[in-house]
Design a protein around this ligand. Structure first.
Ligand code: HEM
Length: 154
């Protein structure tokens, strides 16, 4: 394990694994509910995605599992997330969409976990999403595709 990994991240790695383990039996339902909720609350992003969402659901689930599994090795996650962030420019993703996706993800995780959810899980998922989305957004910004304030606000 790299020396610069702090105690917070090690503990978050454990919390993420534990909470994802709780949801593992219903993981496919969680991802389906995530997109359903996202499109309900933010209909403006529906058009960015393909009509049939099966493949996309599997890709998102794989990405979440990879993030949780390797969360204790951010040095390995960062290049993949940066590349994913640059790809998202081509998908038409705006920076403002990241907050919508994060909020929806947390809402759905909370709902499925029910009484098993707690403040520690909440904090760990918020930090993990902030890390993933932050890395993606930073790479997108550095690719100089989001040049104007108008695009930031769109
Ligand atoms: C941490 C945040 C996110 C993660 C981990 C994530 C993950 C992914 C992954 C793994 C893919 C598949 C890429 C591939 O096929 O190689 C994807 C595609 C896509 N994502 Fe995201 N994403 C995130 C945020 C967002 C946001 C904020 C939006 C905007 C609404 C978005 C919209 C899309 C779209 C439109 C596609 C392409 C769908 C298609 O045409 O097949 N994503 N995402």
């Amino acid at each position: 394990m790299a020396a610069d990994i702090n105690a917070r991240r090690i503990e978050d790695h454990r919390l993420l694994g534990e909470s994802l383990g709780l949801l593992a039996p219903v993981a496919h339902d969680v991802v389906a509910a995530f997109y359903q909720q996202l499109f309900l609350d933010y209909p403006q992003v529906r058009g960015l995605f393909p009509a049939t969402m099966q493949t996309q659901r599997e890709k998102l689930l794989a990405a979440i599992i990879a993030l949780v599994t390797h969360y204790d090795r951010p040095d390995r996650l960062t290049p993949a997330l940066a590349s994913l962030g640059r790809k998202h420019i081509r998908y038409g993703t705006q920076l403002s969409h990241y907050a919508a996706v994060g909020e929806t993800l947390l809402t759905v995780l909370r709902r499925f976990a029910g009484t098993a959810w707690n403040d520690e899980y909440e904090g760990a998922w918020q930090r993990a999403y902030t890390f993933a989305a932050g890395t993606m957004m930073m790479a997108a910004v550095e690719a100089a595709e989001y040049g104007t304030p108008n695009r930031l606000a769109a």
